[in-house]
Design a protein around this ligand. Structure first.
Ligand SMILES: Nc1nc2c(c(=O)[nH]1)N[C@H]1C(S)=C(S)[C@@H](COP(=O)(O)O)O[C@H]1N2
Ligand SMILES: [Mo]
Length: 198
C-alpha cells in the first residue's frame, strides 16, 4: 500500500476540524460561506465555564482556571450514579476527577466579622445559566459531605467537554447527585446567614 493511499483525502487532513466558531472547512461546505457573525458555536460560550471565581466573604477574591485547578491535590470519585430527584438516571460515571471545594475556600480564606461567625457561613455555587446550589460551612468542614464536594474537570478519563459545561461541581455524598451537580460552574460566593436578634 502506498503512503498516498493511507493519507486522508484532500481537504480532510488530520488538522481539519470544526473550529470553536463552528465554521466548516470550505471544501466540505455545499453552501456559500456565511458571514462569521452568523455562525453559532455548538455550545454557546455563555454556557461553558473556563474558570471559577471565589468571591464574597473571603480575604482575597480568586479565579481558578483549569491549570490552577489541576495544580491542586486531585480527588477521584470512583463509580457514581448521577440521579435526579425524580429518580431519573442522568448518567452512570466510572469516575470524576477534580479538587475539593473546601480546598478553594482554604486558599481564598473566609473573611468573618467575628471568629465564631464561620458557624453561619455558607457557599452558593452558581452555573453559567444561573442554576445555584448551596453548601453550609458545616457540611463542607464538619460532615462527610465535604469530602465528596468537588469542583470537577474530568469524567471517565476525558476532560469535561463543552456539552458538559467545562468545569463543574459534584457532591458524591448526596442521595440524589444530579441536584447539586452544577454544569458550567462559574462562581463560588461565600455568605453569612443573618443571625436573628436575641
Ligand atoms: N448549570 C446547571 N446545572 C444543572 C442543572 C441546570 O439547570 N443548570 N440542572 C440540574 C438537574 S435538575 C439535573 S437532573 C442535572 C442534569 O444533568 P446534565 O445537565 O449534566 O445532563 O443537572 C443539574 N445541574
Ligand atoms: Mo433534574
Amino acid at each position: 500500500m502506498s503512503l498516498d493511499s493511507m493519507r486522508a483525502p484532500a481537504g480532510a487532513s488530520p488538522d481539519t476540524r470544526l473550529t470553536a466558531s463552528g465554521a466548516p472547512p470550505a471544501s466540505v461546505s455545499p453552501r456559500p460561506p456565511l458571514p462569521l457573525a452568523h455562525v453559532e458555536p455548538a455550545v454557546p460560550d455563555a454556557l461553558v465555564s473556563r474558570e471559577v471565581v471565589v468571591s464574597g466573604c473571603v480575604k482575597r477574591r480568586y479565579s481558578f482556571d483549569l491549570c490552577a485547578l489541576m495544580r491542586l491535590p486531585t480527588q477521584l470519585t470512583g463509580p457514581l450514579d448521577v440521579v435526579c430527584l425524580s429518580g431519573r438516571m442522568v448518567r452512570s460515571a466510572s469516575e470524576y476527577k477534580g479538587v475539593r471545594l473546601s480546598a478553594l475556600l482554604d486558599i481564598a480564606q473566609l473573611r468573618l466579622p467575628h471568629a465564631r461567625d464561620f458557624t453561619r457561613a455558607f457557599v452558593l455555587a452558581q452555573g453559567a445559566d444561573g442554576y445555584t446550589v448551596m453548601f453550609s460551612w458545616h457540611e463542607l468542614y464538619n460532615t462527610p459531605v465535604g469530602i465528596g464536594a468537588l469542583v470537577v474537570y474530568e469524567r471517565d478519563g476525558q476532560p469535561l467537554d463543552d456539552d458538559e459545561g467545562g468545569i463543574g461541581l459534584i457532591s458524591t455524598g448526596d442521595f440524589r447527585v444530579a441536584l447539586r451537580q452544577v454544569r458550567a460552574l462559574k462562581r463560588l460566593s461565600v455568605h453569612l446567614a443573618d443571625s436573628p436578634p436575641r
